[in-house]
Design a protein around this ligand. Structure first.
Ligand code: SF4
Length: 337
C-alpha cells in the first residue's frame, strides 16, 4: 500500500510521538482516507475473517452512586429508578440466547451494593449452568476487587470500565465523585483476575485539549486491555454539560483509526453515540477500524427511556441496521436472526 501522507506513514511505521499523534487526530479529506485505510489493513491482519463481534445489551439497573457531569442518569428528572432481579436478568438472557445471541453485555449504573451484586452473580451463575457457551460482558463501574472476583467466578469473562479522561484534573471536573487512580486500580484488578478488559475515552469533553487526547491514546496503549473504545461527547439533556458544544466527529473517527493502528489485536466498538452525532456514523466507525457492534434489544421496552446514559433521545441500533452497515463495510458478524 502506498501512503503519501507523512503523518500516516509515520504511524504505520510505529512512530507514536506526541507530534505524530496530534497531527493524526486532525487529519481530513484524502489524508484521513489514508489513515482509515491503514487502520482497516491493521484490523484485517489481526482479524483476517473481517467479522465483527455482535453483543446484545441488557440495561439491568439505572441506580448510580456517581453523578458524571456528562450523563443524564440519576438527574433530578429521573422519573423511575429500576433494578432487575436475578430471575428477570436470567429470563432476558434466555430470550437473547434463544434468538441466537452468544455475547451479552449487562450494563448498569455504578451500584456496588451487596444485594445488587448478589442478584447479578445469581443470574450469571444460573445462565452459565444452562448455556456455557454464552459470553458475559459486564459494564458496572468501580467495585472492590473481591466483588469483581465473585462476578468472574460466577462466569463473567469481560468487563468494560472506561477511564474517560487520562488528565486527572479533567477527570475530576467531569466525574466529581470518582477518582482516576481508583479507576486505574480497578482496571488492573480486573486484568489480574483474568477478565478481558475494555477501556477508553470520550472525545470533545468541555475543557479537553488536543494534548489530553494524545495522552488518552498513550494510556489506552499502555493499559492491559483486550478491548478499547472511544466515544463522541454528546451534550446530554438534563446533565450539567447540556449547554456545551458536542464533540467533533472527524476527531472521534481519527481517534478510532489511530487506536486501531496502535492496538491492532483488540476489539473496538462503533458506538450508538456516533450514529446519533454523525450521519452514517456507525458505518464510518467500521471504516475507521472498529470491529464490534452492540444490539439494543435486550432491555424491556418500557424501561429503555429510563437509561438515558448519554441522552434522553438515544439511538438504539437494531439488527437490520447492522446487517446493512457491515455489508457496506465488507464485513460480517455472528448475527443469527
Ligand atoms: S456515566 Fe455511568 S457512572 Fe456516570 S452517572 Fe452515568 S451511569 Fe453513572
Amino acid at each position: 500500500m502506498i501512503i503519501s501522507n507523512k503523518t500516516v506513514s509515520a504511524l504505520e511505521a510505529g512512530e507514536y510521538s506526541d507530534e505524530v499523534l496530534s497531527e493524526a487526530l486532525q487529519l481530513k479529506d484524502d489524508a484521513q482516507k489514508e489513515l482509515f485505510l491503514v487502520a482497516r489493513e491493521r484490523r484485517h491482519r489481526f482479524f483476517p475473517d473481517d467479522r465483527a463481534q455482535s453483543r446484545s445489551v441488557i440495561e439491568i439497573s439505572n441506580i448510580c452512586r456517581q453523578k458524571c457531569r456528562y450523563c443524564s442518569i440519576g438527574g433530578k428528572d429521573q422519573k423511575l429508578n429500576y433494578t432487575l432481579n436475578s430471575a428477570q436478568m436470567e429470563m432476558l438472557m434466555d430470550y437473547l440466547y434463544e434468538k441466537g445471541r452468544r455475547v451479552i453485555l449487562l450494563q448498569s449504573g455504578e451500584n456496588p451494593s451487596e444485594p445488587f451484586i448478589q442478584e447479578v452473580i445469581n443470574a450469571i451463575g444460573k445462565i452459565k449452568e444452562k448455556h456455557n457457551d454464552l459470553r458475559i460482558i459486564l459494564c458496572m463501574g468501580d467495585m472492590t476487587r473481591d466483588q469483581y472476583q465473585r462476578l468472574y467466578d460466577a462466569g463473567a469473562s469481560d468487563f468494560v470500565l472506561k477511564f474517560e479522561a487520562s488528565n486527572e484534573e479533567l477527570f475530576k471536573y467531569c466525574k466529581p465523585n470518582d477518582d482516576l487512580s481508583n479507576r486505574l486500580r480497578c482496571i488492573h484488578d480486573l486484568n489480574d483476575i483474568g477478565y478481558r478488559v475494555g477501556s477508553g475515552n470520550i472525545v470533545g469533553l468541555p475543557k479537553q485539549t488536543m494534548q489530553d487526547l494524545v495522552s488518552d491514546l498513550k494510556l489506552v496503549h499502555k493499559l492491559p486491555l483486550g478491548m478499547n473504545s472511544t466515544t463522541i461527547f454528546v451534550p446530554a439533556e438534563n446533565s450539567d454539560f447540556a449547554g456545551e458544544p458536542a464533540g467533533d466527529g472527524n476527531t472521534t473517527l481519527n481517534m478510532m483509526a489511530v487506536m486501531r493502528i496502535m492496538n491492532p489485536d483488540r476489539l473496538m466498538p462503533t458506538t450508538s453515540s456516533l450514529e446519533k452525532m454523525i450521519p452514517d456514523g456507525q458505518y464510518l466507525g467500521l471504516m475507521a477500524g472498529a470491529n464490534t457492534v452492540t444490539i439494543h434489544d435486550g432491555t424491556p421496552e418500557e424501561l429503555q427511556e429510563h437509561f438515558p446514559i448519554y441522552s434522553t433521545h438515544r439511538v438504539r441500533p437494531q439488527i437490520d441496521h447492522f446487517k446493512d452497515i457491515l455489508k457496506r463495510a465488507g464485513m460480517s458478524a455472528d448475527i443469527c436472526d
